[in-house]
Ligand binder design. Structure first.
Ligand code: DNO
Length: 391
């Protein structure tokens, strides 16, 4: 067993949590992106190396790019496709030249990760992110007014959504909309309701097969370039890992990874094992996915999740919830040992809002104390596992 490389996500100079505080957490690597460059535009060598050097000046190393945004133009192969592809590839090459070895990306249509509640009070008084199936259905049916929305949820959820909407205060509905469309960091951008509708229309008539074949084509185009550039690609799973708002989802389950790895066998066609995203569906066995595709895991997001009876879920503390973190860490460290090259970078993914975080200086999901708790627990668990293993 070989230790993983502890990383921390930093949103760049605008992140309220500075690099010198991150360094004190025990993280040695940084996960970041040029968040100020608009999606679809190329990253220049000058900007990439400046960011790398700023991270290095703080005593840390930029190990993972999360993410170079893959635009809807690329995902749909619509107008603008070629220009956005060229830019994506140029950015990939710039990252490779700067010596950053892993690029995380996703293929989720329109929305990046999605929650309906940003500050759900956890039983112990901390606050956590939550996805409420009924709130999602309520907003979809009554506010977005999407054609066919009612058919996309089980009858019991629709029934509850209709009832809840009758009683719901306007500001509660507005808070749900804010959480879905603009509240979360790391997404390429936020949307107004009209912009969101226009984006959804880009996918009109596109089912999972068409999106899957666009993803396969994307991977076949970029993987050989990544290899040449010395970069490993790490696709992030859908979060949540099921279709929402009528949009297809193709990176949610074991079978999706089978299709994906068949598209390009080279190891540079890899994945971000996001335990919390994959864990948010009760029929996903996260451990089985990790074991089956261990050699393709180039980056890990470690966090945990509790799935509720109606399919809603909330973010649990890192060692609680339905993912067996000890088993997962053991698998990743064993894989590290087999590879014997650069250790797999991981980051404590998300954290609760804990005591001192309440001053509000964080991006949702990316608190200081909450993630520090997560990182510390994960590092402690990893040390214990290695001890037990005699390493
Ligand atoms: C959320 C993140 C996502 C992730 C992208 C990767 O916390 O895991 O925003 O960065 O989906 O492209």
């Amino acid at each position: 067993m070989m230790p993983l490389a502890p990383n921390w996500r930093w949103f760049g100079p605008d992140d309220p949590i500075p690099l010198d505080h991150i360094r004190q957490t025990g993280a040695t690597g940084i996960v970041t992106a040029l968040h100020h460059v608009p999606p679809g535009a190329a990253w220049t060598d000058a900007e990439v190396t400046a960011r790398r050097d700023a991270v290095a000046a703080a005593g840390l190393r930029w190990q993972v790019v999360e993410s170079i945004p893959v635009t809807d133009e690329i995902k749909t192969r619509g107008p603008g496709y070629r220009a956005h592809m060229d830019a994506w590839i140029e950015s990939l090459r710039a990252v490779g030249r700067a010596g950053v070895g892993v690029v995380c990306y996703n293929f989720m249509p329109v929305l990046d990760w999605t929650r309906t509640e940003l500050e759900w009070t956890y039983p112990n008084g901390a606050r956590a992110l939550r996805f409420d199936m009924v709130d999602c259905a309520m907003w979809d049916i009554h506010v977005l007014g999407r054609a066919g929305a009612m058919e996309d949820y089980p009858a019991a959820i629709v029934h509850e959504a209709v009832e809840r909407f009758e009683r719901a205060a306007d500001n509660r509905v507005a808070a749900i909309e804010h959480a879905i469309l603009v509240g979360l960091p790391g997404a390429d951008r936020g949307y107004s309701l009209d912009e969101f509708r226009a984006r959804l229309a880009l996918y009109d008539g596109m089912g999972p097969d068409a999106l899957r074949s666009n993803l396969a084509a994307f991977v076949r185009d970029v993987a050989p370039i990544a290899r040449e550039a010395g970069v490993r690609l790490a696709i992030h799973p859908d979060d949540p890992p099921f279709p929402i708002f009528g949009l297809p989802r193709v990176v949610s389950r074991m079978t999706d990874y089978e299709h994906l790895s068949a598209a390009h066998r080279g190891i540079e066609n890899g994945m971000t094992l996001c335990a919390g995203s994959l864990g948010a569906r009760a029929d996903n066995d996260v451990q089985a996915i990790a074991e089956r595709f261990a050699e393709r895991i180039h980056f890990a997001h470690l966090r945990n999740v509790t799935v509720e009876a109606d399919g809603s879920f909330h973010e649990a503390a890192h060692l609680e919830g339905r993912v067996d973190m000890a088993a997962l860490l053991a698998t990743l460290m064993a894989e590290n040992g087999r590879r014997g090259d650069t250790p797999i970078p991981f980051r404590p993914d998300h954290g609760h809002i804990l005591g001192p975080d309440a001053d509000g200086r964080f991006n949702h999901g990316y608190t200081f104390a909450g993630r520090l708790r997560g990182l510390s627990e994960l590092q402690g668990l990893a040390a214990g596992l290695r001890h037990a293993d005699g390493a």
